[in-house]
Design a protein around this ligand. Structure first.
Ligand SMILES: Nc1ncnc2c1ncn2[C@@H]1O[C@H](COP(=O)(O)OP(=O)(O)O)[C@@H](O)[C@H]1O
Ligand SMILES: [Mg+2]
Length: 253
């Protein structure tokens, strides 16, 4: 069976920095995979090259057997790549419901962008129903009409997740979903993610520093350091490898 996501020999330089140095990995359908490694390892750059925010200098990216690395962000999203960001990228004056309605419009591709930006196209009943169902699933129904700026960071992360889910992704790239959350919020988020992705049959690639969250979400992990994959396997296995311990803990190990 072909992998859902297949990344082969990706390279990306920023000036003298090798942000990605021959990175290869794969994610199969419905699989949850972790991506861990110290700051600056290249994890976000890898997500950028998979989602189309950045073009790699070399290598290729395939989604379900189709080459996508020469497509733009929007096309890749329509093919099923969803994403959340390390720092929230939401509009502070808009509500959760509005974010999700816009995403629903984009998925259908039948509203003109300008119309949506001006809020001229009134949402249809079936669009509202789909949004309400997901707001419910995320536990956001009470907060659906409050502006993002009045929500907590944890709630904002759920809105970002909701927006990504509205587009019906086959693969979700989650960049540090628990950053800024306390341990209780992180545990709740992990349970919610597991549930939703299982029910909707979405594969995930999750970058996360909280190894407990990685452990509870991901069946296996890749470890990156200085732009390269330095380990792959179960979390227990990779944390037992001396090269991985060195990358995390320094030379004492
Ligand atoms: N747009 C950019 N311009 C220049 N350097 C960048 C850019 N994005 C990332 N980098 C550099 O690439 C390396 C990898 O960064 P990043 O992918 O953000 O790592 P991570 O997400 O693992 O912390 C770092 O050295 C970072 O400074
Ligand atoms: Mg990052």
């Amino acid at each position: 069976m072909t992998a859902l996501l297949e990344v082969r020999n990706l390279r990306k330089r920023f000036g003298g920095i090798r942000a990605l140095d021959d990175v290869s990995l794969e994610v199969r359908a419905n699989e949850a995979v972790g991506l861990i490694g110290p700051n600056g390892a290249g994890k976000t750059t890898l997500f950028d090259c998979i989602s189309g925010v950045q073009r790699a200098d070399r290598g290729r990216v395939d989604l379900a057997g189709e080459r996508i690395d020469d497509l733009g962000v929007y096309r890749r999203a329509r093919l099923g790549i969803g994403r959340t960001f390390q720092r929230l990228e939401l509009f502070s004056a808009m509500t959760a419901r509005e974010h999700m309605l816009v995403a629903e419009r984009e998925r259908r591709g039948d509203g003109s962008l300008l119309k949506d930006l001006l809020w001229k196209g009134a949402p249809r009943r079936d669009e509202i129903a789909r949004v309400d169902e997901l707001l419910d699933e995320l536990g956001l129904e009470e907060l659906a009409d409050a502006p993002i700026e009045s929500l907590s960071l944890g709630q904002g992360r759920l809105v970002e997740l909701g927006r990504a889910l509205m587009r019906g992704p086959r693969l979700l790239l989650l960049d540090e979903p628990s950053s800024g959350l306390d341990s209780l919020e992180s545990a709740r988020l992990a349970a919610l993610l597991r549930d939703i992705c299982e029910r909707r049959q979405i594969a995930t690639l999750v970058v996360e520093h909280d190894l407990e969250l990685v452990h509870s979400l991901a069946q296996r992990v890749y470890v990156m350091d200085f732009g390269s994959i330095i380990g792959a396997g179960t979390l227990e296995d990779v944390l037992g490898e001396s090269s991985v311990r060195r990358a995390y803990l320094g030379d004492e190990v």
